[in-house]
Design a binder for this molecule. Sequence first.
Ligand SMILES: C[S@@+](CC[C@H](N)C(=O)[O-])C[C@H]1O[C@@H](n2cnc3c(N)ncnc32)[C@H](O)[C@@H]1O
Length: 251
Amino acid sequence: MTTNYADRFQQKDAVASYEGEEYGAESYSSCIWRRQRPVLEQIVKDFRAAHSGPVRLLDFACGTGRVLSTLELLVDAADGVDISENMVAVARTKCTKARLLVGDVLAKPELLAASYDVISCFRFLLNTEPALRARILRRLRQTLRTPDGLLLVNVHGNSHSLRHPAILWRRWRERGGKSNAMLNEMSPTETRKLLAECGFEVVRQFGFGVLPPTIYRTPLRGAAQAIDRQLAGDRCWNNWAIDMLFVCCPR
Ligand SMILES: C[S@@+](CC[C@H](N)C(=O)[O-])C[C@H]1O[C@@H](n2cnc3c(N)ncnc32)[C@H](O)[C@@H]1O
């Protein structure tokens, strides 16, 4: 079954699955987020400390507010935008000060403010249709403050990671089937090329989760978590991490 990515999180059951399964207390994604969250907070704190005026943040494709509810507390003003009313309904319960907007920023450019100092974009780029990736990034580039704004973009499926064989296997197993599983991957090089084409320069890259997630479903889970905790961050092997965070400036 093929669904437009913009439609994937429209229904309440998809929202409930994202919150309760993808981000259930002991899920793999929650483990990664526990490593990623302090790094992200520090990036925004450092930006604010080095920045003279008030800091305005946009969390693009904010979903249920996982990232926005963390970052809104570290800036002076925050907007979250998403195409799914039901995802944003959950974000409204978590965010205390951000302005939450629903709509398509390509069809309604006025949804976004004229200028943001920081834009975050998590778990969107990888799974949206390739033709939309560049259109959205260019729209974000238009609204990011030049020259010293910051784009924090996450790609949660690295084709050069140790998870790649499992993705190949699942693609083969589910070939021609009805599965709606997201099995996309992007490499660090491909991501950097796309970002450069859309007017961004990557200034730092972080990686989270080096070991295959299947290990997290075995008795070795504790050891895997401990190893991934040690390997997370801005490290020389971050091109092989499953979940990548690119810190970008306008070019
Ligand atoms: C996997 S969720 C990620 C949510 C959040 N950023 C996070 O990391 O938890 C992807 C989100 O992208 C949103 N989305 C998909 N296409 C979109 C579009 N064209 N414009 C804005 N949001 C979109 C979906 O509604 C969904 O909330």
